[in-house]
Design a protein around this ligand. Sequence first.
Ligand code: ADP
Ligand code: MG
Length: 355
Amino acid sequence: MFLKLQNVTKRFGDLVAVKTVSLDIPEGELICFLGPSGCGKTTLLRLIAGLEALDDGDILLNEQDLTQTPDRERNFGMVFQSYSLFPNMTIGNNVAYGLECRKWNSERIKARVTEMLALVHLEDQIDKFPSQLSGGQQQRVALARALAPEPHVLLLDEPLSALDAKVRVALRLEIRRLQQSLGITTIMVTHDQEEALTMADRVVIMNEGAIEQVGAPVDVYGDPSTSFVADFIGTMNFLNVTIIDDKMVQLAGRKLACDHWHADALSGQKVRMAIRPEDVRIQAEGPPGDNIVEARIDWIEFLGSTYRIDLTLEGAGEKQNMKTELSAALMRDLDLAIGTKVHALLPREQLWVYP
Ligand SMILES: Nc1ncnc2c1ncn2[C@@H]1O[C@H](COP(=O)(O)OP(=O)(O)O)[C@@H](O)[C@H]1O
Ligand SMILES: [Mg+2]
């Protein structure tokens, strides 16, 4: 394995900021650490960079233990959220800095600086100072500076979060393309799920210092292994249900079959059932079929090409709410309004059960 984390642990006093994290990262992968603020993403990245010392565990690069290797000798490139350029140096000198530290000769430095600035489309800005560039341009310089010394690994800590939305979307595509064309192993920290899902080969979802799930974006979205991941990635409805038996639960007086179980199927047990808004199928009232619950429309929100509809479940048991999404076309066909009674089909393949 190219980069290997084994039981990596970091404490700050009583707080365990990173808890026994193990992870294998193959060469050339872009992997994202994703999770809410304070879950330990930056600390884990700084441990990999050698900017923090481990309390426990090992980090290996190409089978070599890095524990005793100081950060300068790891040759990992790093880009932070913002404002990390040297303000009193030109763009060219910013990119050259790391190469001078590594004692490259001046001709080689000059060629490399030109090459790197061309890579991020800023070759004409070489003599400017950071304050003369936009935020997005500054981050591209930071990227060029990090990549210049041909690092083994590129580490990015929320590199886009200080930029405005449009620049962010453009730059995330540019970073991904650059990363793929160079084939450089990259670890990016973000709290923005859209960023992680669009850019990463694999996503590591973290919660309170520990890994909840690792997988390709479609897999963590399509099959969240814990209720934390289900709740954190995308939008999810959670409904209180009672287990009837293996694969069956009771909701609002109806029996529903559920295909995905991440809880023990103990009959009589109260558990949470999850379904994504886009998977709820609203139907006009009719004869009750399998996996259908009765509901009433509480609220309708127009979102352009789709509508968001809030439902309250009718029938036995506690009042529960569920969000759904509907195309504008279907909305017209069904002639729905606030107060309308409908049937909501909850397809068994789209139902997850969590403790
Ligand atoms: N140098 C430090 N000293 C004490 N606590 C820290 C230090 N750095 C981070 N922490 C704490 O460790 C936890 C994880 O922080 P961090 O890795 O920055 O989270 P994230 O990057 O996911 O927002 C937080 O509770 C934070 O307050
Ligand atoms: Mg952070």
